[in-house]
Design a protein around this ligand. Sequence first.
Ligand SMILES: Cc1cc2nc3c(=O)[nH]c(=O)nc-3n(C[C@H](O)[C@H](O)[C@H](O)COP(=O)(O)OP(=O)(O)OC[C@H]3O[C@@H](n4cnc5c(N)ncnc54)[C@H](O)[C@@H]3O)c2cc1C
Length: 497
Amino acid sequence: MNQQVQRLVVVGGGSSGWMAASLLKRLFGQQLDVTLVESDDIATVGVGEATIPPILFFNRALGIDENAFLKATGGTFKLGIEFDGWFEPQQAYMHAFGRLGKDMGLAGFHHTWLKARANGDARSFWDFSVNYQAAKQARYQPLSMLPNTNLPGLVHAYHFDAGLYAKYLRSLCEQWGVKRVEGRIEHVSLAPQSGFIESVDLADGQRIQGDFFIDCSGFRALLISEALKTGYEDWRHWLPCDRAVAVGCEATEPRLPYTRSIAHEFGWQWRIPLQHRTGNGLVYSSEHCSEDDAAATLLANLDGKALGEPRTIRFTTGRRQKQWYKNCLALGLSSGFLEPLESTSLHMVQSGLVRFIKLFPKHGINPETVDEYNRQSKVEFERIRDFIILHYHLNARSEPFWQRCRNMPIPPELERRIALFRQSGSVFREQDELFTEVAWQQVMLGQGNIPEHYHPLADSLSDTQVNELLNNLQTLINGTVEGLQTHDSYLQQHCHR
Ligand SMILES: Cc1cc2nc3c(=O)[nH]c(=O)nc-3n(C[C@H](O)[C@H](O)[C@H](O)COP(=O)(O)OP(=O)(O)OC[C@H]3O[C@@H](n4cnc5c(N)ncnc54)[C@H](O)[C@@H]3O)c2cc1C
């Protein structure tokens, strides 16, 4: 299609719709007419409250002030995700954001730690994570470097209220000139020859025409699937959870600056602390647990009094075979779904938008552009999928659900990564991959995949020098963390709702 893209229509006013409308309008300004269509009668999914550090870039691109943002969204700081009982009951570890230990050149810090471990040092890997130590002591304040060193300080993301988030982005969009149309889409009109979308037609007779459409209609996938019939790749054989039951509860103090992911017999439970409530949900496999049992388990494991009735959400893990097809791009739930174990969905909306902007079809849509977008999306989905499978697969739990996850065949690429780490402690971040080597190391170690050998370069330090290095790091980290404000007091002072 050689038609210029000037009129952009976003379908859906959940987080993904408002993220798309805000970023595109902010960056393209007058070059793009942006209209967002949403129906007040069709609720948003209402979850999606934990994020990962790249969200800071998204907010920066929108010119958002952090404190004002957290105030408006009831948000809190997030330093990592704790996995409780994932390897075996009573054991916990964290995927703490940021670096861990000290950069040791070609052999990562974890090899030095492995050497100390081989010598009988019982200290945990996470004793050397400033994020972990601050998280567990419920402390937070901005800290870009550890004092008097060149070692990085805290790396954070946010928890926020999904409803307030969409409202906040909507208010920005309205200031910047995004047009919002309320109404239920009943029909999608396709051009007879090309099959491109011409308009979305509302129940009240309005017809919204556009050059390009972004499908943010949620699991319904109104444009990309219902109208354009792109297929879906189902990944339930690797990620068997297909339901979540969610309920908020009263906030408890201290508000933890991290997400908790607690393994249960047939799935796992999230706890997301916000200023005004805690978000909770249980992700489970309907093959292993009934809806009633899931709700009862969730209600029995809340920190505070439930606020309302638990609500069930059904999903099929997998991805749309083409995220971009003709003049339609799917973002958010319409593009596919990976469960929220590593809080990646909103990030994938962001990265999808960045990819789209880099390939923006201002002068018409050509197949090379579309193929490149879809190629990169596929790789991104698959890498995140593998990282999530890793948590399930490497477990030593006894329940049938966990046995199934342990015994299932996994994607060969993940199999290779697990074996490589087991043999040599090596893990490599593939080009542009979201998760860092340190993230992979933490989950590998946390899930019990302890390397057989450490790298020989770790022997360039004697046992005494290794011990000294670890002592110094620990003293530095502990001393720094003790001096930080509590998370609650920082929120109260700077971001109180
Ligand atoms: C259980 C669960 C937990 C999650 N947790 C996290 C998390 O912690 N972190 C994270 O990053 N992500 C998480 N996610 C994902 C996250 O919730 C979504 O990526 C995000 O909310 C975006 O949703 P959406 O905007 O695509 O869809 P929705 O929120 O479903 O919005 C769909 C929109 O489309 C509109 N619409 C639909 N049909 C029509 C129609 N016919 N006419 C007009 N309008 C229509 C609706 O009105 C609505 O505005 C989670 C998802 C689930 C299911």
